[in-house]
Write a protein that binds this ligand. Structure first.
Ligand code: SAM
Length: 163
């Protein structure tokens, strides 16, 4: 039977360290069609289903100007992941790869990122395509896609450093 949190052959977990909290604040919830991890896309696609990003009241003013960008980078907390695996077997075939060489949701700090297409904005809700997370996944951050973003702040020395 396929289970969601099993340790597979040759996978390796660590003893979970004492938590050191960076103080994340969830700023909203993501609404998607998926309620099972076994049905979610492995990676979102910008021609995928329309999803909603509901930004919480106090943070809605922080969306000012976002309509200028047709693509956004969305960061979310993959809240139903285990966090202790260092070696994982994505194909469940005994072959393993290190967690940091994968985009698996199972990681010490289960942050997911997706580039999404912005399709509309309705009162603190963004309508987007390109997500791959479960319904009600907590939202951590939203930024313009870096390939579209030109810094508004004046250039500084480090911007010109090469080598
Ligand atoms: N696009 C992101 C990235 O690359 O950082 C996430 C990729 S991850 C492979 C996507 C998978 O995470 C989904 O197919 C689903 O199995 C799982 N997933 C989605 N939402 C989750 C959640 N809230 N908690 C735990 N696992 C989740």
């Amino acid at each position: 039977m396929v289970r969601e949190d099993e340790i597979r052959a040759a996978e390796r977990a660590i003893e979970w360290p004492e938590a050191v909290d960076a103080g994340l604040v969830f700023i909203g919830r993501i609404r998607t069609p998926w309620t099972s991890r076994l049905e979610c896309p492995r990676q979102g696609r910008t021609d995928g289903p329309l999803c909603r990003i509901d930004v919480d009241g106090p943070w809605q003013e922080a969306l000012a100007g976002i309509e200028e960008y047709e693509r956004l980078e969305v960061l979310y907390w993959l809240h139903r992941s285990r966090r202790d695996l260092i070696l994982q077997s994505p194909r469940n075939d005994g072959e393993t790869r290190g967690t940091f060489a994968l985009r698996s949701p199972v990681r010490p700090n289960p942050i997911g990122t997706s580039i999404v297409a912005l399709e509309g904005i309705e009162d603190g809700t963004l309508l987007v395509r390109g997500l791959d997370c479960l319904d009600l996944t907590p939202l951590i951050d939203i930024k313009p896609d870096r390939s579209l973003f030109v810094p508004l702040a004046p250039p500084q020395k480090g911007d010109f450093e090469t080598g």
